[in-house]
Design a protein around this ligand. Structure first.
Ligand SMILES: [Mg+2]
Length: 384
């Protein structure tokens, strides 16, 4: 069995609602996606929903992977990272490597004719979920209806986007708590300021909120690499500091853990794909720290969470981003329940894909890449 090549298929679409955070409070409903297929000479392919420049994926696959046995996933991950090391294996090339890795793991599981969660060694098909509205652009009634809808699926945890307006954050945290309480369970409250604050802004803001609310974790309260600042925040608030979803490589996590700057590690697909996420989760496990999995379309990365002994909850956004595929999982009583379909459970719907497929993304459509807002780390509400 040999890898023969790849196909990348780009699509863009309008989501069911706007997504936004402190760096884009008005939000956007336009989004993009990319399906990457790794093909073999035995007419079976692996698929990932990912990113990275198509040209970079082309170079990595054609230069390094064509002719290789796809089942040696970890070895191929190392080969790609070793090839990229001189120019740096972070950023867009890191994203490309991550996407290929995710598709290779899917391929391996499909070849095994088993679900990915079994290939990864999970002994359960259940993953605890928490709701995440990416909700700064939602008005109060939209916020309440989102978290109420999630609570109806048994989800008791919610993560609110905060950072721009303390009074509004305080009010909306109460709305989220009350909506989650309709699950009949004790609400778990998280906040996420997406690196919008300086450490001292974070401490002032969070300690004020903690006078009223019991907050489980505060996510990215300071810059991702600010070890001293994140530690300062962690030592000054009751909530755990969670961070890491925007880091690229295992060695970037080590100083956060060694120095007590991260109490919870956020694992994202961009941190080396599944192979990289497994390494980082093991590192956190060595420090007795829990991990959480970042959101993704259709929760298709949930099989990774299922195999991690220190995983405490996966972010569920539920914004209608699975526009051209289905994923074999369901949310039941607050848990993502993974099906038995081979691989990661993605099944592409060609008819739906034909409606949204594009040659290139339109300007301004790439969700999540809206950049850092002017004034971040300095003042919460920029003056015009
Ligand atoms: Mg986040």
């Amino acid at each position: 069995m040999k890898i023969t090549g790849f196909r990348a298929r780009l699509y863009e679409f309008e989501m069911e609602r706007r997504l936004g955070d402190a760096n884009l409070p008005e939000g956007t409903s336009m989004a993009t996606g990319m399906l990457v297929f790794i093909d073999t000479d035995e007419r079976i392919s692996g698929v990932a929903i990912g990113g990275g420049p198509v040209g970079t994926i082309h170079r990595l696959v054609n230069d390094l992977l064509v002719g290789e046995d796809p089942r040696g996933v970890k070895g191929l991950w190392q080969k790609m990272n070793d090839a990229a090391f001189k120019g740096g294996n972070r950023g867009e090339i890191g994203t490309a490597i991550s996407t290929i890795d995710v598709a290779l793991w899917d391929l391996k599981a499909r070849l095994n004719d088993e679900p990915l969660w079994k290939t990864l060694g999970a002994s359960t098909n259940r993953v605890r979920a928490y709701a995440s509205g990416l909700d700064l652009a939602l008005d109060n009634s939209e916020l309440t209806s989102f978290y109420t809808r999630m609570a109806q699926q048994g989800i008791q945890g919610g993560k609110l986007k905060v950072g721009v307006d303390l009074e509004s954050d305080e009010h909306r945290l109460g709305l989220m708590r009350d909506a989650l309480a309709t699950s009949g369970k004790r609400p778990e409250l998280m906040i996420d300021s997406n690196e919008y604050w300086s450490p001292k802004q974070a401490i002032r803001h969070i300690t004020h909120l903690e006078k009223t609310f019991d907050i489980t974790w505060a996510e990215e309260p300071a810059r991702r690499w600010d070890v001293r600042g994140l530690r300062q925040v962690s030592q000054s608030i009751n909530a755990a500091v969670a961070t890491g979803e925007n880091l690229d490589l295992l060695p970037e996590f080590t100083p956060l853990l060694v120095n007590g700057a991260a109490d919870i590690i956020n694992l994202g697909q961009g941190s080396g794909g599944i192979t990289g996420m497994l390494q980082i989760a093991d590192l956190a496990y060595a420090f007795d720290r829990p991990v959480t999995l970042m959101n993704c379309p259709g929760n298709f990365m949930a099989p990774v969470a299922a195999c991690l002994p220190n995983h405490i909850g996966m972010e569920v956004v539920d914004a209608g981003r699975d526009v051209c595929f289905t994923v074999d999982n369901d949310i039941k009583d607050g848990w993502i329940v993974l099906g038995d379909s081979p691989g990661n459970g993605i099944e592409v719907d060609e008819q739906k894909l034909a409606v949204v497929e594009v040659e290139q993304y339109s300007p301004g459509t790439k969700v999540g890449s809206w950049g850092r807002r002017a004034g971040a780390g300095m003042y919460e509400v920029p003056s015009d």
